[in-house]
Design a protein around this ligand. Structure first.
Ligand code: S3P
Length: 448
């Protein structure tokens, strides 16, 4: 019996990918799990709304599980997580109960940062929040500082910028915050604090970041205005949210692995159905189009306030390009897999203005450069990006995920197109955002 091309060992901790000499191709129609950003927001807004929220298509990854567990601890009733239907009975505006224990955000920056806005404004209650090793080293000052300007009381290591954090809920004052970074987590945290604060709270950002909070807050009944010209959002505090039905589209950040796999692996054609194509998230499609990838958007439609499409990708030769500026926040989570695309493209790809990647689940610039180079790629780390000289044949070897879900999956796609065997240590990290990744990979891979 021949060895399978893809297999997991050590109870799913290590992923081995060993393409035959003749290579592989990826063929099929697939669906990706629910959008992670929308899943977090649906659980949170459902938890603080009055009445019942029904969520269809929720991501069943570890990150939304952390959000659900935190809000259950504060009184929201959330049914068992299930992608068909999750029911949330909300507690109502400014009515989260004081948790009897530490709130655990696991690996999830979105859980911790968005929740901080709500906790800081929950007058009269005390909270402690923490996360895993990675999250405890990620910067929280970016939300703590503006919340302090609103009057928040938050304590933690390194001048209150690192979890574990202790929070004493206060009556906050509304502010106009000019964020130095284009971050949806920062924007959303302040908007959620603003929801519980009298008056108008405005956030202005240097470039537009994902707008799922704005869309969903409006759908739940919040008084919110967006001024795209000046890149600002204003929320008027004090409006009770009402439970809604949320239909979560497939996550374009998960689809990105298949877009790149389909583009770089010879003989491939994949149709990825039901993917969210919110314009604040489609930077990956634009970057791959700049690299001359063959990608088509089919069956474009709107589902519960979010644009959705089916994405078809076919293999073709890619060309290097420059990715920078306002495009970066629109593909921030896709840079590791874009680096893989660049490694297989002709010519040089330059990624700039992406220093934010250094404070994600891992230092994604350092990690993707070192791990791709271990496979023979020519990647140079820049202070705020990467320079990748493409078209070099990659060879499988032993690489590490650094417990980062997007690094695991990016290396798996690179391994499909490399000669010889790749072993990815720490592959269980994929379950943070994509529990079925290896199953889908196994189903779509065919020997050439
Ligand atoms: C997210 C925003 C982004 C992104 C993260 C999810 C969100 O982070 O990287 O995976 O759901 O708001 P930043 O806001 O820090 O850029």
């Amino acid at each position: 019996m021949s060895t399978p091309i893809i297999h997991l060992t050590s109870k799913g901790k290590n992923l081995i990918i060993h393409p035959p000499l003749s290579g592989v191709s990826l063929i099929g129609t697939i669906r990706v799990p629910g959008d992670k950003s929308i899943s977090h927001r649906a659980l949170m807004l459902g938890a603080i709304a009055r009445g019942q929220t029904t969520i269809e298509g929720l991501l069943l990854g570890e990150d939304p599980r952390s959000t659900a567990s935190c809000f259950r601890t504060m009184g929201a009733e959330i049914s068992q997580l299930n992608s068909k239907k999750v029911i949330v009975q909300g507690v109502g505006l400014n009515n989260l109960s004081e948790p009897p224990d530490i709130l655990k955000a696991g690996n999830s920056g979105t859980t911790l940062r968005l929740m901080l806005g709500l906790l800081a404004a929950s007058r009269g209650r005390f909270f402690t929040v923490t996360g895993d090793n990675s999250l405890r080293s990620r910067p929280m000052g970016r939300v703590v500082k503006p919340l302090q300007q609103m009057g928040a009381s938050i304590w933690g290591r390194k001048n209150h910028s690192l979890a574990p954090l202790a929070i004493k809920g206060e009556q906050l004052q509304s502010i106009h915050y000019h964020s130095p970074i284009a971050s949806a987590q920062v924007k959303s945290s302040i908007l959620l604090a603003g929801l519980l604060t009298e008056g108008k709270t405005t956030v202005t950002e240097p470039a537009i970041s994902r707008d799922h909070s704005e869309r969903m807050l409006k759908a739940f009944g919040a008084e919110l205005t967006v001024d795209r010209e000046v890149k600002s959002v204003t929320i008027t505090g004090g409006t009770e949210l009402t439970g809604q039905t949320v239909i979560v589209p497939g996550d374009i950040s998960s689809a990105a692995f298949w877009l790149v796999a389909g583009a770089i692996v010879p003989g491939s054609e994949l149709l990825i159905e039901n993917v969210g194509v919110n314009p604040t998230r489609t930077g990956i499609i634009e970057a791959l189009a700049m690299m001359e990838a063959d990608i088509q958007l089919e069956n474009q439609r709107e589902v519960a306030g979010e644009p959705v499409a089916d994405l078809r990708v076919r293999h073709g030769e890619l060309k290097g390009c420059t990715i920078e500026g306002n495009l970066i926040p629109r593909l921030i989570d896709e840079i590791p897999i874009l680096a893989v695309a660049a490694a297989f493209a002709q010519g040089t790809t330059l990624i700039k203005d992406a220093a934010e990647l250094r404070v994600k689940e891992s230092d994604r610039l350092a990690v993707i450069a070192s791990q791709l180079n271990a496979m023979g790629a020519k990647t140079t780390e820049l202070p705020d990006g990467l320079e990748i000289v493409g078209g070099v044949l990659l060879t499988g070897t032993e690489v590490k995920s650094y417990d980062d879900h997007r690094i695991t999956m990016s290396l798996a796609i690179a391994a499909l197109n490399a000669k010889e065997k790749t072993t990815i240590y720490g592959a269980q990290a994929a379950a943070i955002s994509y529990p079925d990744f290896v199953d889908t990979l196994t189903l779509t891979v065919q020997s050439s």
